[in-house]
Structure formats: structure tokens, C-alpha cells
Write a protein that binds this ligand. Structure first.
Ligand code: 5GP
Length: 181
């Protein structure tokens, strides 16, 4: 029996993480990140567009001074990885010598993140860490430690809380398992 999002257009997807669960986990991660970055004036980078809600909630849950910037890469079409990663929007800030945290929605094959990590490292930050709301089985191929993870998940395709299916469903308040039925 599926839970449904009856308060959200009766969309019958199975809930993986409700908005309440996400809020609680984001609060924990925020406090952990704040204690790691206190007095470092870090710069947090939102990976558009999927990271937008996680980034928005996480940055508000980090009660220390931080700066924000945005980057966008593209690597996915529908539920299939296209295999190529392309930079669509670069950072505006100069991050050389800065403590940088990339905030991602999900690491799947790790291809996008691997591309972003090498792009950002080429700008010579002082440190670089990653926060990802979700980490899919197999994401280890990224070859870089993901220091802050909301949840580890299996290979299923998920939507909501920033994650889309062909541009839709990003604004679902929780994370749901996508199914065609
Ligand atoms: P990766 O390069 O790690 O394979 O995947 C990167 C991007 O693919 C993610 O940032 C996300 O936009 C998309 N992606 C990967 N897995 C999923 C998924 O389960 N659901 C959705 N909606 N997007 C995904």
C-alpha cells in the first residue's frame, strides 16, 4: 500500500523521506557543518537546479556566517545518464584560498560531482568538502569522500525536494520513489 501526497495534487508516489524527516536530518547536518566551519567564513556552493531546496534549508540550518554561490552542470536526460557533463553556469565568487562546501541533491554515478570537484579544485580553494542529501549505491566511483550525507539509498529513481523527472516534480515537499504507474 503506497503512502500518497494527498495534500499535493493527489500524486500517488511512495514517500521515501517526508518533509518532516528531511527537516530533522537537515537540522542535524547543519549543526555538524556549523561546528566544522566555525570562524572559517566558508563559501557554500549550490549545485543547480536539483540542490536548490536542500541548499536553501541547509544554509539556514547553519548558524554561522557563510557566503553563497551557485554552479550548474548538466548530465542527465530522463532517467538515463547521458554520460556527458557540461558546465552551464560557473561560480561568480573567487574561491581561491577559501573553505568551500559543495551542496548537491544526489550522487548517483558520481560523474557530475567528479566533474565539479575537478573544476572547483582547479580554482585552488583552501579546502573542499561535499554535502549531498542522498547518496546512491555505487556513488563511491566519484573517488572523493562525501563528508555530509543525508541518507544512503539504493538504485531507485527518486523525485521531489529539488529532484525532477523531465523537469517536473522538483517542488514536491519530500523525496518520493518515481514510478510510471
Ligand atoms: P550522477 O552524475 O551522480 O550520475 O548524477 C547526477 C545528477 O543526475 C544528479 O545531480 C541528479 O540531477 C540526477 N539524478 C541522479 N539520480 C537521480 C534520481 O534518482 N532522481 C532524479 N530526479 N535525478 C537523479
Amino acid at each position: 500500500m503506497k503512502n500518497n501526497t494527498s495534500n499535493f495534487n493527489n500524486i500517488p508516489f511512495q514517500t521515501l523521506y517526508s518533509n518532516e524527516m528531511i527537516t530533522a536530518r537537515v537540522r542535524e547536518l547543519g549543526l555538524q557543518i556549523a561546528s566544522d566551519y566555525i570562524e572559517k567564513n566558508p563559501i557554500f556552493i549550490c549545485v543547480l537546479r536539483g540542490g536548490v531546496y536542500f541548499f536553501s534549508d541547509l544554509t539556514k540550518a547553519v548558524p554561522i556566517p557563510i557566503e553563497l554561490d551557485f554552479i550548474q552542470a548538466k548530465s542527465y536526460v530522463g532517467t538515463e545518464s547521458s554520460g556527458n557533463v557540461e558546465l552551464i553556469k560557473d561560480l561568480d565568487a573567487d574561491i581561491s584560498g577559501r573553505d568551500v562546501l559543495i551542496v548537491e541533491d544526489i550522487v548517483d554515478t558520481g560523474r557530475t560531482l567528479k566533474f565539479l570537484i575537478s573544476h572547483i579544485l582547479s580554482k585552488k580553494p583552501k579546502s573542499l568538502e561535499i554535502a549531498s542529501l542522498l547518496f546512491k549505491e555505487g556513488g563511491e566511483a566519484v573517488g572523493y569522500p562525501i563528508k555530509y550525507v543525508g541518507w544512503n539509498i539504493g538504485k531507485e529513481f527518486v523525485i521531489g525536494y529539488g529532484l525532477d523527472y523531465d523537469g517536473k516534480f522538483r517542488n514536491l515537499p519530500g523525496v518520493f520513489l518515481y514510478s510510471e504507474e
